[in-house]
Design a binder for this molecule. Structure first.
Ligand code: GDP
Ligand code: MN
Length: 434
């Protein structure tokens, strides 16, 4: 056993990147410029800059900053520097002044006029990065910042580590690239320093990181200040991730956050109305946004079996049993214990508007929610939305007989299953067109 707290040089490789970099429905993401504003408030040095929504604004900000600037696409996905722009018709957008190369998401501009041209090439176009998925993200905000003279790039992050039940700093002298790559290829190049949350941050933690990164002299105290400020920002905002990649050392010896990413735990957002405001619905899956309006717990997945279930536990086991029978769920959907007909209708509509859904499994246990109410909701939704895919229903619990009658009387063609296994087999076969 190792000590839970304190320094450990890479006590184990970073094995579970999902635990380290949580993704999924409960994580709230914000843009780089918003993360930088938060970090700045807590004393993390960041470059001067401002947000632009038009080429004119980009030019005006660049003029104010003076000299060389960097034009940075703001999307909720990393790898922008190495990404490429496409227009809405799918054509690659050429880089102004260098038509042979595609336009990327982070580009230096020598002056305000060049910044305006870059902004015109980025805004309204789609940036594809290794994190964006092949469909990419439309760029609607740009961050225009003073161009920094970079001497070296480092990786620095603070995460909530489930294994040590503490915030853990992750640092590497191999900044700029994605940490997953460094972790896979050179795990010993990653330094992990856990912080005992009962004690909080101590300067020695910052010094360990600074020395670990090979910083010297005045840079060390700059890095200690930065890590202390990062820790405070992380704790006081209930962040689950604060990542600075790269943290840079400039030619004139300053240490600052050149890029910033922060994620938050949505269970803590009620304590942070200001952060809740930063949510950019344009960056979220439209179906997830729609679902959240109805209080449905919906997460889109890659498969083709749409699932409508009540209760998170039942939703998990439904996904498991679909997998077990060789299928793949298109979503996680927990309609909750007290779903109304309106919620069921909304849930059904959301499921069916996902083009990937080839068959739907409705798996309801009528406890608090009665089966007849569910059946009414399903019938109403089916009539309103129109179903073009097979629907398998498994109902159990309160008023199940009445529920089944309602389905039968509707004249709609549902396949009624009598057990979870039966339902899974039927829906997987249906999704495969069997
Ligand atoms: P990401 O690709 O989405 O992670 O975006 P970043 O903000 O990390 O930018 C990507 C890369 O662009 C950085 O790693 C830097 O190498 C480079 N870059 C960003 N801003 C500047 C700048 O002000 N000056 C210089 N020289 N390079 C920059
Ligand atoms: Mn970055």
């Amino acid at each position: 056993m190792e000590f839970a707290w304190g320094l450990s040089y890479n006590p184990r490789p970073v094995p579970n990147l999902l635990a380290v970099f949580p993704t999924g429905g409960s994580v709230v993401k914000i843009h780089e410029y918003q993360a930088k504003a938060i970090l700045k408030r807590f004393g993390v040095p960041v470059p001067e800059g401002d947000v632009a929504h038009s080429p004119d604004e980009a030019r005006a900000i660049a003029e104010k900053l003076g000299g060389r600037v960097v034009v940075k696409s703001q999307i909720h996905a990393g790898g922008r520097g190495k990404g490429t722009f496409r227009d809405k018709s799918g054509q690659t957008v050429p880089r102004p002044g260098d038509g042979d190369r595609p336009l990327g998401g982070v580009i230096l501009a020598d002056d305000a006029a060049a910044a305006e041209v870059l902004a015109r090439g980025m805004l309204g176009n789609v940036l594809v990065t290794r994190q964006s998925g092949p469909e990419g993200r439309e760029v609607r905000h740009l961050l225009i910042e003073e161009g920094m003279d970079i001497a070296s790039e480092f990786y620095l992050a603070l995460i909530l580590d489930r294994a040590t039940r503490s915030p853990v700093f992750i640092a590497s002298a191999e900044g700029g690239t994605e940490i997953e790559e460094v972790a896979a290829e050179r795990p010993d190049a990653i330094l992990r320093v856990a912080v005992d949350p009962r004690v909080g941050f101590s300067p020695w933690i910052g010094r360990r990181i600074a020395f670990g990164l090979g910083l010297e002299g005045k840079q060390v105290s700059a890095a200690v200040k930065l890590t202390a400020a990062l820790y405070r920002a992380f704790m006081e905002t209930d962040a689950s991730l604060a990542e600075i990649n790269p943290m840079v050392l400039t030619g004139d010896g300053r240490v600052l956050a050149l890029d910033a990413k922060m994620n938050f735990d949505d269970n803590a957002l009620y304590r942070h109305p200001d952060i809740k405001e930063l949510r950019d619905l344009g960056e979220e899956d439209p179906l997830e946004v729609e679902a959240s309006k109805y209080g449905l717990n919906y997460i889109k997945l890659d498969g083709n079996v749409g699932c409508m279930v009540n209760g998170a536990g039942l939703a998990m086991s439904t996904m498991d049993i679909i997998k077990h029978h060789g299928g793949s769920p298109a979503n996680f959907l927990d309609a909750g214990g007290g779903a109304t007909t309106e919620m069921i209708t909304a849930a059904f509509r959301i499921l069916l508007s996902d083009d990937n859904v080839k068959a739907v499994l409705i798996n309801i246990f009528g406890g608090i929610m009665r089966c007849d109410v569910v059946a009414e909701g399903v019938v109403a939704a089916a009539k309103a939305v129109g179903i073009e895919v097979p629907v398998v229903i498994r109902l159990e619990g309160t008023n199940v007989e009445r529920g089944k009658e309602i389905l039968k009387e509707s004249g709609l063609t549902f396949e009624v299953a009598d057990s979870m296994r039966d339902a899974a087999e039927k829906v997987v076969a249906a999704a495969e067109g069997r």
